[in-house]
Ligand binder design. Structure first.
Ligand code: AMP
Length: 187
């Protein structure tokens, strides 16, 4: 079972991904985490992307596509992938389709966590205190949200026509959202 968790920044994708990883033994593919890890390691990629990340801008497709390639093609992780924060554009969605079909895989479930902007702002303010992420501030969130609406939301049209697409109210309590997602997996 390969799953995409889709939604705006602060929708709770990471929280739900962690729950699914524990319950169904899946591999969490968070491009945000992979990129933050490059910055932490001070790798060449990390040095290249640090400003874009801090400003809430997209990292280039080439870098992100390269980072996920080995994970998607890893036989140990085959059909156990849960994507969080990827794909974020139509070109990334097409890249993912190519990678999956070349390894005889597909996306089995797309879950859209729908959350309104006011709730996102409140959550990001809280997350800033807890996780101390350098891109969690109101100015950067506004930019990330606009990019989401312009570039990422169109990816929904790409997936929403498929039968395995489900929308969940992302303003519900964490456990309620998890229960709804579990039901899609257990049907
Ligand atoms: P996230 O942890 O998913 O909220 O991502 C944090 C930041 O990492 C984003 O604001 C972007 O700067 C960068 N990023 C994460 N995933 C992607 C992606 N798929 N494409 C481009 N940039 C990304």
């Amino acid at each position: 079972m390969n799953i995409i968790l889709f939604g705006p920044p602060g929708a709770g994708k990471g929280t739900q991904a962690k729950h699914l990883v524990e319950k169904f033994k899946l591999f969490h593919v968070s491009t945000g985490d992979l990129l933050r890890n490059e910055i932490r390691k001070k790798s060449d990629i990390g040095k290249k992307i640090v400003n874009e990340m801090n400003d809430g801008r997209f990292v280039s497709d080439d870098i992100v596509n390269e980072l996920i390639k080995d994970i998607v093609l890893d036989p140990q992780k085959k059909e156990k992938l849960i994507f969080d924060g990827y794909p974020r554009s139509i070109s990334q969605a097409k890249n993912l389709d190519l990678l999956l079909s070349s390894s005889e895989q597909k996306i089995d479930l797309v879950i859209f966590l729908n959350v309104n902007k006011d709730t996102l702002i409140k959550r990001i303010e809280k997350r800033k205190i807890i996780e101390k992420r350098s891109d969690d501030n109101l100015e950067t969130l506004a930019k990330r949200y606009d990019t989401y609406m312009d570039t990422t939301r169109p990816v929904l049209d790409y997936y929403s026509k498929k039968p395995n697409f489900h929308e969940v109210d992302g303003t519900l309590k964490i456990d309620q959202i998890s229960a709804k997602i579990d039901a899609f997996l257990n049907f």
